[in-house]
Design a protein around this ligand. Structure first.
Ligand code: ATP
Length: 304
């Protein structure tokens, strides 16, 4: 199956600044692909190269099997795009934006646009200059989704949205992927994409530092094990197991941090008359922050 997005060594320098470096990405169709990274990581630059709004300085990119730089008209026709910094015409209302956008795309059927406006509770009859940030964002989302595109490229789509609209948006994303369409979702935080994303790519200083499924990310976080025994135990029983550290021991309750296989821990617990046992992976946020903080060796932030 043709990937929705594929990049080969994609890069962009702005003078001495290496905004994106050697990016190899594959986004399978029908997925929600979260593209995550801190401020200035290169997310918007990557997205703009996918849409030929910015020229790459190295490598190449394909969207829906099309060469982004050469076939950009077709790429735009088949893609819905929500820019990170949405520019609406200040005097035009949401309704006029929708009509204008439909005209530009040759779209006659607007029922989806009005349904989306209802779902989001979008204000369509006021000039854009009088709209709040969230209400502008709702118009931007309608413009991105209204043509039922095969691929949605969304740069921080939930920015400025209230929780109700976020939840409506999440439902919409699920519907889109249930139809086999693809969502490429750029964000700063894992928090809200983790429930929806099939894969997560983390970019930092222009380089891809991880691409994983959310389950694999979760599995790679340490586990906290709490075991309660029938009588007090010696914590040294666990301290010698590979990848285990004892975080607390209060009488008959022992808490462990486990970064390795859990089997040896289970066996050691089972040998000492346990009465209760829980194991849970650390919050993904912790792992995520570690990725963001990670020093990247041989990491030129400047083009050489
Ligand atoms: P944010 O989450 O803050 O929106 P981002 O991940 O989208 O950040 P980019 O906007 O792609 O990051 O920026 C990547 C790097 O490229 C940054 O160092 C930024 O300063 C630089 N950059 C982006 N656009 C330009 C430009 N037009 N001229 C010079 N440098 C630029």
């Amino acid at each position: 199956m043709t990937p929705a997005i594929r990049t080969h060594g994609l890069g962009r320098d702005y003078g001495p600044v290496r905004a994106v470096a050697g990016l190899d990405l594959v986004v399978e169709p029908g997925q929600v692909f979260a593209f995550l990274g801190p401020n200035g990581a290169g997310k918007t630059t990557t997205i703009r190269m996918l849409l030929a709004l910015q020229r790459q300085t190295s490598g190449r990119a394909e969207v829906l099997g099309l060469d982004c730089a050469r076939d950009y008209v077709e790429v735009h026709r088949r893609t819905g795009y929500l820019p990170g910094e949405l520019a609406l015409y200040p005097r035009m209302t949401g309704r006029q934006h929708i009509a204008w956008h439909a005209g530009a795309r040759g779209l006659r059927e607007l029922s989806l646009a009005w349904t989306l406006a209802d779902r989001f509770g979008a204000v369509l009859d006021r000039p854009a200059r009088d709209l709040s940030k969230g209400n502008k964002q709702k118009v931007g989302l309608i413009l991105a989704f209204m043509s039922r595109p095969e691929l949605l490229i969304l740069d921080e789509p939930t920015s400025g949205l209230d929780p109700l609209t976020r939840s409506e948006f999440a439902g919409l994303v699920r519907e889109v992927t249930a139809e086999g369409r693809t969502v490429f979702w750029s964000a700063h935080e894992l928090d809200e994409v983790q429930r929806l994303a099939d894969r997560v790519a983390i970019i930092r200083q222009g380089r891809l530092i991880a691409t994983e499924t959310v389950e694999a990310l979760r599995a790679s976080t340490p586990q906290t094990v709490t075991a309660r025994f029938a009588r007090p135990v010696d914590p040294a029983l666990f301290a010698g197991i590979s990848g285990v550290s004892v975080t607390s021991c209060a009488g008959a309750v022992v808490q462990l941090r486990v970064t390795d296989a859990i089997g040896p821990v289970l066996r050691a617990v089972a040998d000492h008359d346990p009465v209760d046992f829980t194991a849970q992976h650390a919050d993904l946020d912790e792992l995520f922050l570690a990725y963001y903080r990670q020093p990247t060796a041989a990491e030129p932030s400047h083009a050489s």
